[in-house]
Every structure is written in structure tokens, then in C-alpha cells.
Design a protein around this ligand. Structure first.
Ligand code: HEC
Length: 169
């Protein structure tokens, strides 16, 4: 009798373990699905939020015909020169690899950059969409090289750069 009972408990324990692993596998599948949806949303946000037009070298010239493995590695040699000096659109993969998701969301919500970065538009993006962008950019892979550094107004940049009108003196 006692042997039967313990046999029964063992079967029950095994059945429960089986159910637990099925539940765990289902949880994992749901989490994976949620991640994929967020990454897809991030791709859409990056694409329609114009990030590539400045943060991907040659993107605008190619009219958007560039493979994703080249996206968001920075504007490369291309600068924007105006009264603020010369700016270069950063390699955003380096940014996301250096930050946690929360840090990225907080940073993008509060940052004030020089032109022509439209920081007021990224600040108006919801934390959910910024988190999706973070996940998307992160899975693009290797962080790559940092681009050229900002130059103050009195320094002459190397070409190529887009010249904005200078203030009238
Ligand atoms: C019109 C060009 C332009 C567009 C469009 C643009 N950026 Fe930028 N971005 C820049 C430039 C130039 C800088 C560097 C500004 C500076 O040096 O102060 C910059 C800086 C940034 C920074 C700060 C990087 C750092 O190292 O601190 C972040 C983050 C950023 N951009 C995110 C985005 C995202 C996300 C998008 C799309 C939703 C976007 N940008 C669209 C030009 C652009």
C-alpha cells in the first residue's frame, strides 16, 4: 500500500514537472514573441522617424536603399556646419551598447543636442516606442567605430559637409 502510494506520488511529481516545463516553454515562447513584436516596432520607428537619413552615411543619397547591416553606424565623414560649429550624427549602436534600456529612454527624453538633430521630436516619443527602438538598434549587432567629433565654430571642417547659412555680422 505504502509502496503504491509512493509510486503514485512519484507519477504525480513527474506529471507536475512535465506541466511546469510545458508552462515554462510557453512563457518563453510568449516572451520571445513579445520581443519580436518590440523589435519590429523599433524597426518601424527608426524607419519612419528619419533616424537613418542622418545617422547612416549615404542613406539619403541612396534614397533609402541601404541594407540594415549598415544602418545607424553614424554619418561618417559627413558633417553639418552652421553657427553652432560642425556636428556629426553619432553612431547610435555605440550609444545603445553603452546604455541600459532605461538609461537610453531617460537620455533621449531629456537630451538637448546641437542642430540639425531634432531632439524635440525624439523627446516627444513615448517611453514604450523608445524602448522598442533600443531593442531594435541593439540587435543590429556590432557597435562599430565612433564617427568624427564635433568641431567648434572657429574650426574649419574637412569636407564633405552641409553648410547652413551663417548669421549676418
Ligand atoms: C536631420 C538629421 C538628424 C536626424 C533626422 C536624426 N538625428 Fe540624431 N543626431 C543628429 C546629429 C547631427 C547629432 C549630433 C548632435 C550634436 O553633436 O550635438 C545627433 C545626435 C543624436 C543623439 C545623441 C548621441 C550622443 O552621442 O549623445 C541621439 C541619441 C540621437 N541623435 C538619436 C536619434 C534618433 C533616435 C533619431 C530618429 C528618431 C535621430 N537621432 C534622427 C542628426 C539627426
Amino acid at each position: 500500500m505504502s509502496r503504491n502510494l509512493s509510486g503514485y506520488s512519484l507519477t504525480l511529481a513527474m506529471a507536475l514537472a512535465g506541466v511546469t516545463s510545458i508552462v515554462q516553454a510557453a512563457d518563453l515562447a510568449i516572451a520571445k514573441q513579445a520581443d519580436n513584436e518590440q523589435i519590429e516596432r523599433g524597426r518601424y520607428m527608426v524607419k519612419t522617424g528619419h533616424c537613418n537619413n542622418c545617422h547612416t552615411a549615404g542613406f539619403a543619397n541612396s534614397e533609402g536603399q541601404m541594407p540594415e547591416e549598415k544602418w545607424l553606424l553614424g554619418s561618417g565623414a559627413q558633417g553639418w556646419r552652421g553657427p553652432w560649429g560642425t556636428t556629426y550624427a553619432s553612431n547610435l549602436r555605440i550609444n545603445v551598447h553603452a546604455m541600459s534600456e532605461t538609461q537610453w529612454v531617460d537620455y533621449v527624453k531629456s537630451m538637448k543636442t546641437r542642430p540639425p538633430m531634432p531632439f524635440w521630436s525624439t523627446a516627444a516619443t513615448t517611453p514604450q516606442d523608445l524602448a522598442a527602438m533600443y531593442k531594435y538598434i541593439k540587435q543590429l549587432g556590432s557597435a562599430g567605430e565612433p564617427g568624427r567629433q564635433y568641431l567648434p565654430p572657429d574650426q574649419e571642417p574637412k569636407p564633405p559637409f552641409i553648410q547652413y547659412p551663417m548669421p549676418v555680422k
